[in-house]
Design a binder for this molecule. Structure first.
Ligand code: PCD
Length: 793
């Protein structure tokens, strides 16, 4: 507005009454340090819990002596696996129908595994007392390499499972092996490449923790915990611990980042509950950084072979892959139960193929359990990386431009909804304009010319491209459930007499800005300003049931629920308006925020007038109950399929082999955009994750199974110094089945960026004859790849 005050931070376009750029409602709290995280909680009489962890990757537990720890003056309780076993609580189910030890009884199976816990008067005493516990271990040979986990002489890790004689977890396949073989047999060109997606960790800023408070008088357990899925956790605690579900309240307060790390139920949460049950006091457990990195859900760890078949002129015919999946010591994968390999089935990418096949074997190793969807919808990151790397290998083989090759093979707009060769139905997409826009922003042709010049000068510059399609919004309850819980989401909306509203969600933000965007969704439908809409989430006592936030499902599932519940309220408001204006509902026209009588511009009532009427004096139309509220449980018809085109420019220092990401262009299509500012933030964050995975991050082990990445000195995560100024753009292809056409976006950039970066590095190194190098492309790895190779002319 004219004369309005503008600074870099205050953008006057930020007060839309609905979708649009709007500053985040939650930020005044966060920037003032007024966020309320689990560790901020201080309850009267609260005790502190610390966990003793195994120093060995694989060892028999011979004995655990807690006498000295119990004698510590500030210690209230020491619990061992044997004690839990007496209560039937030593083991708990994982999200993928395996079991995991809460505290080890027979053996420890990974370094960092929970062995015992101490509850003491303060955090320091609890930690000190851990050192007074004497555990006698008998070390066993560990299984570390996924490639040898199934060899006949490999020690059996899971001898707790009856009849288990090897380290096999599951075999899985998708697609058509014979049809794919036939296509490969007649193809002009076949390229095959071994590709590793290393084990990485979500490493959220806030580690995992909980405060458990059991009230013995009313029998109610309140658990504040760092969970991305409060309702699902509550139901599972009820089932496992045999506590009545209505006597459990799970609260997920402000969360300092989730990224998939806070989806599983960890032993620490269960320990905190047991600690409170046994002491009758509130008990706090909060991990430190090393515990988080060593023992909580890792991601990826796929050893893949990718094969691609094509014609000489660049028509891609088929993709085939074989995967060895390292699941760690307990199968803790978080994915809908029918999908043991998550949504890896989308490895056919954005291309119209004749055939595809994947064969996968998952094994146990002596490493922490996990397989969490770290910023990806259940293994889509691995799938996209595989196909985008192998398409680049093909481009090289055909001596074709990688953008050109992709453009030739895209699923065409008229083919949507498109059923892939592995059975996924992509709801919508229009790929070429997205790729074209990325090319344009990047100045692609000029970049290639620049690269030529620089090469002539002996500089090492690369340009990498990736194109991805994601499948987010799990999921239709006919296909998807987690441990028997269907993946539909509840949502509830109440409009108060004065026209202010409260919307209650089953999903829970970890920083994505739901307090803003869900208010905007309702505002768009009802015309109530977003500032007047309070978003309540993260508390099972205050919100309807739903499966939580991960796999970028909040917008596709709960976002749809929020729009539909608002429309339900609007339908009721229409009935009330017809009474107020004394016309039939058919004569009413909705104009955001008000009903008008058609043809009579002066006769109208606002949503706020209607709210007052709904609660106020006087009659309502026949059959209309008072109040203005509604509730819904939304079962998505399909997933939503966002897509994007990324172009990355890197420079490599010929002296040190250090890779610098000089430019990165990301064009994302997430359908209808609710808050473009938040979307840009989501994309920036995901791209930064991508730089981390492509260039820096890896959870590594030595041959004894010691985790070598237990601190942020060893596990390098990117900062503002490692990333360029992101260049973003967007196209809009609405989802046809989502009520507002929105698709998820939270994980897109993490999925799409690693292949673009690696493709750029490999492109830079191509004059050295290098076709592939595995992540993370640290200076030492790049140096290793270049070493001994003739310097290009
Ligand atoms: N949006 C908009 N529009 C559209 C879409 C979206 O606006 N179209 C926005 C919304 O609203 C939000 C966001 O954006 O706010 C996001 O969304 P989505 O996509 O739906 O998602 P969600 O669900 O919400 O979320 C989740 C994600 C994930 S999954 C992850 S990993 C990550 C992401 O999110 N994480 C995180 N991002 C983030 N951010 C932050 N800050 N933090 C965190 O933690 Mo997983 O599975 O869990 O792994």
């Amino acid at each position: 507005a004219a004369g309005g005050h503008r600074t870099a931070f205050v953008d006057n376009d930020t007060k839309p009454n609905g979708h649009g750029r709007m500053l985040r409602k939650e930020d005044p709290r966060f920037v003032r340090g007024r966020g309320r995280y689990v560790d901020d909680l201080q309850l009267p009489g609260m005790l502190h819990l610390a966990i003793l962890r195994s120093p060995f990757a694989h060892a028999r537990v011979v004995s655990v002596d807690t006498t000295l720890a119990e004698a510590h003056p500030k210690v209230r309780l020491v619990v061992t696996g044997a004690m839990l076993a007496e209560k039937g609580l030593a083991w708990m189910p994982t999200l993928s129908n395996d079991v995991q030890a809460v505290l080890a009884t027979d053996k420890v199976r990974f370094q960092g595994q929970e062995v015992a816990f101490v509850v003491a008067e303060d955090r320091y005493a609890a930690r000190d007392a851990l050192e007074l516990i004497d555990v006698e271990y008998e070390p066993l040979d560990p299984v570390i390499d996924v490639r040898t986990a199934l060899s006949p002489d490999a020690p059996v890790i899971r001898d707790d499972l009856e009849g288990k004689a090897d380290n096999h977890v599951f075999d899985w396949e998708t697609g058509d092996a014979a049809a794919t073989e036939a296509v490969f047999a007649r193809a002009d060109v076949v390229v095959s490449q071994d590709i590793v997606y290393p084990r990485v960790h979500p490493a959220p800023m806030e580690t995992c923790g909980a405060v458990a408070d059991f009230d013995a008088v009313d029998g109610k357990l309140t658990l504040w915990s760092t969970t991305q899925a409060p309702h699902a956790h509550r139901t599972l605690y009820a089932i496992v611990a045999g506590l009545p579900e209505h006597k459990i309240r799970v609260v997920s307060p402000d969360i300092g980042g989730g990224f998939g790390n806070k989806v599983p139920i960890y032993p620490g949460y269960v320990c905190a509950i047991v600690g409170s049950l046994l002491t009758g006091k509130p008990v706090k457990w909060m991990e430190d950084r090393a515990e988080n990195l060593i023992s909580t859900g890792f991601a990826r760890d796929y050893v893949m072979r990718g094969e691609i078949a094509a014609t000489r002129d660049g028509r891609i015919l088929a993709v085939r892959t074989h995967v060895l999946a390292d699941h760690g010591a307990f199968n803790g994968v978080a994915a809908p139960v029918k999908y043991p390999a998550g949504f890896f089935g989308v490895f056919t990418g954005s291309y119209d193929l004749e055939a595809a096949y994947c064969e996968m074997t998952a094994v146990y190793t002596n490493k922490a359990p996990g397989g969490v969807a770290y910023a990806c919808s259940f293994r889509i990151t691995e799938a996209v990386y595989l196909v985008e790397r192998i398409v680049d290998c093909l481009a090289r083989e055909l001596d074709m431009d990688p953008v050109e090759l992709r453009m030739r093979n895209f699923i065409r707009p008229e083919q949507f909804p498109y059923r892939t060769r592995t059975g996924w139905v992509y709801d919508s997409g229009n790929y070429a304009p997205t790729m074209e826009l990325a090319k344009e922003i990047a100045g692609y042709d000029a970049l290639r010319a620049e690269q030529k010049e620089r090469r002539a000068r002996g500089e090492i510059m690369g340009v990498g491209v990736s194109f991805f399609t994601e499948a987010v919004g799990a999921g239709p309850r006919k296909d998807m459930d987690i441990l028997g819980l269907g993946m539909a989401d509840g949502c509830e909306l109440r409009v108060h007499p004065t026209g202010k509203a409260v919307v209650r969600l089953s999903v829970q933000t970890q920083g994505q800005g739901h307090e803003t965007t869900f208010a905007q969704i309702v505002a768009e439908e009802l015309g109530i300003p977003p500032q007047d809409i309070e978003v309540v989430h993260g508390d099972t006592d205050q919100t309807p049931f739903g499966l939580g936030t991960y796999g970028s499902r909040s917008t596709p599932v709960s976002g749809a629920a929020a729009a539909l519940v608002a429309r339900k309220v609007r339908d009721k408001a229409r009935l009330i308006a017809s009474g107020m204006l004394e016309v039939s509902v058919a004569d009413l026209e909705w104009e955001k925020g008000a009903f008008r009588v058609a043809g009579d511009p002066d006769a109208s009532v606002t949503i706020q007038d209607i709210a007052m009427k709904a609660h106020g004096a006087g009659d309502l139309p026949e059959g209309v109950e008072g109040g203005l509220e509604a509730q819904i449980c939304y079962n998505p018809e399909n997933l939503t399929y966002p897509h994007g085109a990324y172009i990355c420019v890197v420079d490599i220092d010929p002296g040190t082999a250090k890779v610098t990401v000089r430019r990165f262009v990301a064009v994302d299509d997430c359908g209808t955009r609710i808050n473009p500012m938040i979307i840009e933030g989501q994309v920036h964050g995901g791209l930064t994750d991508g730089v981390g995975m492509a260039l820096m991050e890896m959870i590594a082990f030595d041959e004894d199974g010691n985790c070598l990445s237990g601190s942020l000195m060893d596990y390098l995560i990117p900062t503002a110094l490692e990333v360029p100024d992101w260049e973003t753009g967007f196209t809009v292809t609405p989802s046809p089945h989502h009520p507002i056409g929105a698709k998820g976006v939270g994980e897109s950039a993490t999925v799409g960026s690693p292949p673009a970066i690696v493709n750029a590095v490999v492109d830079a190194l191509s004059p050295f004859g290098i076709r592939h190098a595995d992540m993370p492309l640290t200076p030492s790895r790049v140096w290793e790849a270049m070493r001994g190779r003739p310097t290009p002319p």
